[in-house]
Write a protein of this length. Structure first.
Length: 227
């Protein structure tokens, strides 16, 4: 999808699943397995729109339980165990979308600061970045456990911007989910959506994305840092 260049960008606040990591299908499949083990026959169409939100919120909704319910805690733990096993069974080069590592390196070479804002716990996100071979390119990593209020609240985006030493106006949020776009707008940042993850272009635009790209490489071509 064609989009105008974005000059003057100093930092990117990047989502992980569905933006950098090709994980939405695995997330949906494992979630359905956890639900099935509890006698719930859910459809993938009910799960995919929730990807990108905190796991406890998702399982509370899908199980029809209170957030603090022990069944939610158990479901989250089972999911995390299965997801770790999934990561151990795939090659590192299969985890990232094909153009992500090179594009991230290109952005860093041009002086763009990189921060991660994910609904995963910070430690889990850092392990994934290491598996993808891009951990050292990031200045800041923030997870759901880094903040009091997760996406779409702006707290995480603002935390990352502060960690980068930048103002909201110097940052762009990049993500595949409606919650990413809403977070960025609420934080006073520009937003670029990616169409290859969970939400489609129309959903991302409606949520506040200034533009939507079809590959991560397109994003790298759009961003022009200050000289």
């Amino acid at each position: 999808m064609s989009a105008a260049p974005m000059p003057g960008v100093r930092g990117l606040v990047l989502d992980l699943d569905g933006t950098l990591a090709d994980t939405p299908q695995a997330i949906a499949t494992i979630t359905l397995k956890v639900l099935a083990a509890r006698g719930i026959d859910a459809d993938e169409s009910a799960v995919r729109p929730l990807i990108g939100r905190p796991l406890d919120q998702n399982f509370a909704q899908l199980l029809g339980c209170a957030l603090q319910d022990a069944e939610v805690t158990a479901a989250v733990a089972e999911y995390q165990s299965q997801f770790r096993a999934h990561l151990q069974g795939i090659a590192p080069e299969e985890l990232a979308y094909p153009d992500v590592p090179d594009a991230l390196q290109h952005l860093r070479t041009r002086g763009v600061l990189l921060g991660l804002a994910t609904s995963k716990p910070r430690g889990a996100a850092e392990r994934m970045l290491r598996l993808m071979g891009v951990y050292d390119l990031f200045h800041v990593v923030a997870g759901h456990d880094s903040v009091r209020r997760g996406k779409p609240d702006p707290e995480m985006a603002l935390l990352v911007a502060d960690g980068l030493g930048l103002t909201p106006g110097q940052c762009v949020v990049v993500g595949d989910g409606v919650a990413d776009a809403a977070m960025g707008r609420a934080a006073g940042m520009r937003v670029v959506g990616v169409s290859y993850g969970v939400a489609d272009a129309a959903e991302l635009t409606a949520a506040g994305a200034e533009c939507v790209v079809d590959t991560f490489g397109e994003l790298a071509a759009l961003v022009t840092p200050l000289a």
